[in-house]
Design a protein around this ligand. Structure first.
Ligand code: CO
Length: 134
């Protein structure tokens, strides 16, 4: 069911500082910031050849990454995103296996304009998993 690793996401307290570190210090190609108010984050993507790194900063009140950053003030790894060919088939299979899909169980639209779902980290060894339809 899982296809390639689409991205690894890091929550960061200061997106400008994180962009500077990846672009200037690490010498990576970084996209322009993209505000995603429906997800409560502003994101950029770092292209690293075989996958991408998503850098996320809270946007607005009640951002879903605010609590994470309160616990990890310097930032940290927030989720892994795997591609799946059919997100509805993947969801149905996971729910049948007892895995918990966050929210109302219906896919939202992610940063790449494609359907995404998130799986409960307690079901996957402490790691939040995002699924994105490929
Ligand atoms: Co993501």
């Amino acid at each position: 069911m899982l296809e390639r690793l689409n991205h690894v996401a890091l929550a960061v307290p200061d997106l400008d500082a994180a962009v500077a570190a990846y672009r200037d210090t690490l010498g990576a190609e970084v996209t322009e910031p993209q505000a995603l108010p429906e997800h409560g984050v502003t994101v950029v993507f770092v292209n690293v050849g075989n996958t991408k790194i998503e850098l996320m900063e809270p946007l607005g009140k009640g951002s879903p990454i605010a609590a994470f950053l309160a616990k990890n003030p310097a930032g940290g790894m927030h989720h892994l995103c795997y591609e799946v060919a059919n997100i509805i088939a993947a969801r149905d299979r996971l729910e049948a296996a007892g895995a918990r899909v966050l929210g109302d169980g219906n896919p939202g639209i992610g940063a790449h304009g494609k359907p995404v779902l998130f799986l409960h980290p307690k079901d996957f060894f402490g790691t939040l998993i995002e699924l994105e339809q490929s």
